[in-house]
Every structure is written in C-alpha cells, then in structure tokens.
Design a protein around this ligand. Structure first.
Ligand SMILES: Cc1cc2nc3c(=O)[nH]c(=O)nc-3n(C[C@H](O)[C@H](O)[C@H](O)COP(=O)(O)OP(=O)(O)OC[C@H]3O[C@@H](n4cnc5c(N)ncnc54)[C@H](O)[C@@H]3O)c2cc1C
Length: 387
C-alpha cells in the first residue's frame, strides 16, 4: 500500500504525532503501524503519568507547559462524537527534594523555571516540614514544590489520542515493521510482519525503546536503549496528608494513586535490556527502606503489586531526540529517547514534528537543539538536576 506519511509505533508519542498531523489537515493519508493495540509491553501504560515543569532545559519546561495545558483540556478537546475522553487529570503538584548535594543546581533550575512562568516555591528544610509534615527533612538541603503540576492516567490518554486520530482519518495497521528500506537519498518503504509493504513520502520513527532496533535496517544509528524500571503499588497503614508527586535526588519517585501510592526507586546502574520480572525482594531490600526513610509513616505499608516498564533511554544525554534525520535520508523524522518524560512531552513533540513535516520549520516551539545533529556530533544536550 501507499500513503503520504508513515508513522512507525503507535504509543503515546506516535499517536500524538498522528493526531497533530491529522488536525492540521494537510498531511494527506497518514498510516500508523502498531503491532499491539492493547499496548501490553509499551512504556506508555506502564508509566506514572506525571507532568512537571521542573526541568533545567528551556525546551523541557516549555514542552511540559504545553503538555499540562493540553492534558487539562483533553477530556473535552479530544471528545469523539460528543463522547468525552477522561484521563484522570489531577493537579496535585510535584515536589523535588535535594538530598544528595545538588541543592545549588536545584536553586539555579528554580530561577530558570520561575523566569519561564512556572509557579513554584523553593523550600528550606523548615518550610518543607511545615508544608508536608509527614516528610523526614533532617537530611534535606532544599526542595522545590510546583503546585500546578499534575498527573494523568497514561493508558486513557493514549487511547484518547488514538481514537481522535482515527476520527480525523488516520489509519492504524495492526502490524510490525520488520525491515525499512531506502535508496541512499530517501526512505522508500517499510516491510511488515504480515508480508504487506507500506510505501510513503515521509517516514516517522516513534517506536519507543524499540526504536534503535527498528532504525538499524535503514542504517540510522540511535543511542536509545531499553532501561527496565519497576513500579510498585502499596498502601500506607497510617494517615498521611495529601502528597504531590515526589522525586528525590536519591532517585525515589512516587505519587498517590487511588487509595495508595505508586512508584519506585530506579537503579541507574542496571544494565540496559528488556526485563519484565519484578522483584518483591528488591522492594523489601531497597525500595521500602528508602520510602520509610523519607516518610517514617511508610514503615507500615502493604505492598499489593508491582510491574516493570522500560524507559527509552538516550544514553548520550537522557534528552529526547526529535526532528529530521540530519545528515541521513531526507524524508526520515524521529521522536525517540524520551527517557522518563514521554507522556508529558508527547503533546508538544507531536505538535512540533507536525509543524516540521508540514511547514519545513518549527512554528510554536523551536526544538532544533533536540535534533539528531547532536547525536551525529556526539554533543550532549543534557538535562541537569533530577531526571
Ligand atoms: C516506570 C515508568 C514511569 C514513567 N513515568 C513517567 C511519568 O511520570 N511521566 C512521563 O511523562 N513519562 C513517564 N515515563 C516515560 C513514558 O512512559 C515514555 O517516555 C512514553 O510512554 C514513551 O512513549 P512512546 O510512544 O515513545 O513509547 P511506547 O509507549 O513504548 O510505544 C512504542 C510503540 O512502538 C511499538 N513498536 C515496537 N516495535 C515496533 C515495530 N517494529 N514496528 C511498529 N511498531 C513498533 C510498540 O508496540 C509500542 O506500542 C515512565 C516510564 C516508565 C517505564
């Protein structure tokens, strides 16, 4: 078959790109190839759905700001035939905690964030303890609280993007790209597991942690690898005040979920690779002590379940790679390597890539510095602070 724009991977990033292209109404025929409409192993439904403006890079802040506004209005804006698209948007804030010596950087980031319109408070140990009395603070140098930040249910958002994109005419093929071919100047076609071939004028790679593997057949080298990350759902035995999404320099990351909490303690030393096994022993040995250390009331908790998901980690600089394949085939674009931020950044990445593909340049948010050129030149553009 033939189409104008082929998108490889229909997770939240690929589906946002498809939606933004279709919404513009100038993309022609758009096809998304996605092997699993249930998204069992994709990162999106396994993510925590957090949206925070607390970054150091201006692009990351601006993308989160667009994401925040986009998800706030998602339920009505993405309604299909009058049926709303609820995504459980909860504006409960984020709290970043400096407990490993990075407080000067956190303060510097806070200034950058404030200058860019982020409403946040810089809290010393005493102020932090007053605002969130359940927290242990004696080892905290500084914290930043952004009450406007939020979280969503990522699977609902993904299905909402997909439904709306289809309503706007996007076609989803339940199939897998097995081979990707070009002629030295342009990408030409994708060969699918079913034996079908898709020829397209524009090719977009958005296959999450599978992206590097898919890209190989076209000769596109990507520093993107799967990083397994366990999440646990647990309930506290005692009462704790309403908490925001908490992230610490010592890598604890968790937030309220229903009547309990969801989160974990990623081990950045874990070698890259696929691993869907979750270890209750690891929860007991590493995660629980870290939780109880930060919130003593969590010394009593009930672990109910755990699951593993995979970051598409960009080992160059942990920052997403968005844009054209500069120095490569002219009609290939990508939105890959989002590490732990692809849900919050999917709306902005989709809008930006749609502009670049349709107009040849960015219109609303310039993501040039996120481009592939830095991979080719081995010039990291790194987020500094808590990632
Ligand atoms: C534990 C955890 C917590 C997280 N928390 C957050 C958070 O709080 N906030 C946030 O913003 N982000 C978070 N993330 C990150 C976020 O989940 C990802 O960045 C985001 O979901 C990436 O979306 P994606 O569409 O690129 O990838 P995916 O959702 O993985 O989608 C990629 C798709 O490509 C498809 N695919 C694979 N191979 C092929 C092929 N050969 N042909 C065609 N299609 C193919 C797959 O089936 C898959 O559906 C978290 C991630 C994890 C693991």
């Amino acid at each position: 078959m033939r189409c104008d724009i082929l998108i490889i991977g229909g997770g939240i990033v690929g589906s946002s790109i498809a939606y933004h292209l279709a919404r513009a109404g100038r993309g022609g025929e758009i096809v998304v190839v996605e092997p699993d409409p249930t998204y069992e192993f994709a990162a999106t439904p396994r993510g925590n759905g957090g949206i925070r403006q607390l970054f150091s890079l201006p692009e990351n802040i601006a993308m989160a700001q667009y994401g925040l506004a986009f998800y706030r209005d998602f339920e009505t804006e993405m309604a299909v035939d009058g049926e709303p698209a609820p995504i459980g948007f909860k504006r409960r804030g984020y709290l970043l905690i400096s407990d490993a010596g990075g407080h000067r950087q956190m303060e510097q980031n806070f200034r950058v964030q404030s200058a860019r319109g982020v409403r946040a408070d810089c809290l010393d140990r005493v102020a932090l303890g007053v605002r969130f009395p359940s927290l242990r603070t004696d080892d905290v140098a500084l914290a930043v609280h952004s009450p406007d930040d939020a979280w969503i249910d990522p699977q609902s958002a993904l299905q909402g993007f997909r439904r709306k994109a289809r309503q706007l005419g996007v076609r989803y093929l339940t199939d897998r790209v097995e081979d990707w071919r070009g002629d030295g100047r342009l990408a030409r076609r994708a060969l699918l597991a079913s034996g079908e071939t898709v020829e397209a004028g524009v090719h977009v790679l958005a296959a999450g942690a599978w992206s590097a593997e898919v890209a190989t057949s076209l000769g596109l080298a990507l520093p993107v690898e799967p990083m397994s990350r366990d999440t646990y759902f647990f309930r506290a035995a005692g009462n704790i005040e309403a908490l925001p999404f908490i992230k610490t320099e010592t890598h604890l990351a968790f937030r309220p979920e229903g009547k309990g909490y969801a989160g974990g303690l990623p081990d950045w030393e874990t070698p890259p690779g696929w691993n869907f096994e979750v270890s209750p022993d690891d929860f007991e040995a590493r995660v629980w002590p870290a939780l109880a250390r930060r919130i003593p009331a969590l010394e009593r908790l009930k672990l109910e379940r755990g699951w593993a998901g995979h970051y598409a980690r960009n080992r160059l600089d942990l920052t997403a790679i968005v844009g054209a394949w500069s120095g490569g085939l002219d009609n290939v674009y990508m939105a890959v390597g989002f590490s732990g931020h692809g849900i919050m950044h999917a709306p902005a990445a989709g809008r930006a890539l749609a502009e670049l593909i349709l107009d040849g340049r960015y219109g609303t948010l310039d993501l040039t510095r996120f481009g592939y050129a830095r991979v080719r030149e081995n010039a990291p553009y790194r987020e500094i602070g808590i990632v």
